[in-house]
Write a protein that binds this ligand. Structure first.
Ligand code: ADP
Length: 243
């Protein structure tokens, strides 16, 4: 049984269908790249999984919990989902340590020692052990993105969603950072869905790739499968753009 199960998920904005019967079955601990051109519905898919947009039809399940489907719509903050936005979106008045600690709520994190230990662990993991007292204004773009990742992972979410996490960064920084991010996700055994329009990024860091176009998933497979046996001529052209 897969860990994340999305079945027949449809979303429309008014009359405009944006996602049409999207299905994904994601094993636990998998890093999945959602790859497709601008406007194909990638961000809307993440937002629907996070409970930030209403769904017209279908289901979202994570672990043994139904999060969306039928009459059920679990509130975003109760989904156990971490979110890494495009632009880090750190709290400017909080330090790095306070930003990372922000999501540590609930019974598991009541002890100040447990909270402090988790913050130290995450700050070390993203290479910012020496920066915990800084504020976001004192960080580079890449460092800010690493804090956003640490903040999302701190409470051990069941699923982490990353929306084009490298797109605002200098191209020179992107390649090393995406490797670091993949390493941190694997270290934490996180199940992750990462949206990108960058073929190379998807192929280099994901366990599986979901290729989207026009609100549909055209192909699901490992990077090698998608690259070597594209499902359609369009996928071949789109994925082939990378070389
Ligand atoms: P991607 O992330 O692949 O670039 P999006 O999910 O952002 O695509 O958008 C998919 C489509 O849905 C686009 O045509 C976009 O214009 C439309 N769309 C996205 N959000 C809204 C919204 N809040 N209201 C109306 N249309 C939207």
């Amino acid at each position: 049984m897969s860990w994340v199960n999305i079945a027949d998920l449809s979303v429309a904005f008014g009359e405009l269908p944006v996602l049409s019967r999207v299905g994904l079955a994601i094993p636990r601990g998998d890093i999945v790249a959602v790859l497709g051109p601008s406007g194909c519905g990638k961000t809307t898919l993440l937002r629907a999984i996070a409970g930030l947009v209403p769904i017209a039809d279908g289901e979202v399940r994570v672990g043994d919990r139904l999060l969306s489907g039928g009459k059920v719509r679990v509130a975003p903050e109760r989904r156990g989902i971490g979110w890494v936005p495009q632009d880090a979106a750190l709290f400017p008045h909080l330090t790095v340590a306070e930003n990372i600690a922000f999501g540590l709520r609930g019974p598991a994190w009541r002890s100040p020692e447990a909270r402090a230990a988790r913050v130290t662990e995450l700050a070390g993991l993203v290479g910012l052990a020496d920066h915990v007292k800084r504020t976001p204004a004192q960080l580079s773009g890449g460092q800010a993105q690493r804090v956003a990742l640490a903040r999302a992972l701190a409470p051990r979410p069941d699923l982490v969603l990353l929306d084009e996490p490298f797109s605002a960064l200098d191209p020179m920084l992107r390649v090393p950072l995406r490797r670091e991010v993949a390493d941190v996700l694997r270290d934490q055994r996180s199940t992750a869905l990462l949206v990108t329009h960058d073929q190379q990024e998807a192929l280099s860091l994901a366990d599986h790739v979901a290729v989207m176009m026009g609100g549909r998933v055209l192909q699901w497979g490992t990077p090698a499968e998608v690259y070597r046996r594209p499902a359609t001529p369009w996928v071949a052209r789109f994925v082939g753009d990378t070389v």
